[in-house]
Design a protein. Sequence first.
Length: 202
Amino acid sequence: MKYIALILTFVCGIAQGATIDLATQVRGILPPALGGEVTFKHYSATGDGSTDDTTAINNALASSYTKIRCTSGTYIVTALTISSKKEINLDSGCIIKEKNSGNGNILTISATADGTVIRGGEIDGNRSNQTTGGWGIKTLADDTVIDGVYIHDTYTMAIQVYAADRVRILNNRLVDANSYGIYAVAGTRESYDLIISNNYIT
């Protein structure tokens, strides 16, 4: 009971005399134990639709956590990179949006990230506010799964597969890409055993 009382005193002391969103204060300080799931907001991404969250999200993607969730919000970014195997779950209210004049590629899955899975959410290429740019998602990793993602208004293709095997592209909605909805290119070698199924492309 003594320890519980001390914890309650500490928490109440933080909030006394001020209006504080405790979850915001803790965000970025107390992520779950390794093996659990972190969110972009654990790494101080805001998802407020105006702040550039690129660095915060890349820090999450570079962390030792293998399960990462994007909670509801609009996350402004320039270029995101996944360099090791991750399971990325994008909630239905999660929008990853290219920054105005970002003129880049939104998400690249490196060849070192075999087995990465990306599910759900929305990627907005924001093409009307770019003068050049690239893809929504590009994977160079074998055994990638891209499932149920809404990708739209990209400057070039929505999804690119580059010299990667056993990639699964499933149940995605790909709208108004400036070139291709899905583009598989040989690059340094051919890509083998691709499954592309139940995607809506317009």
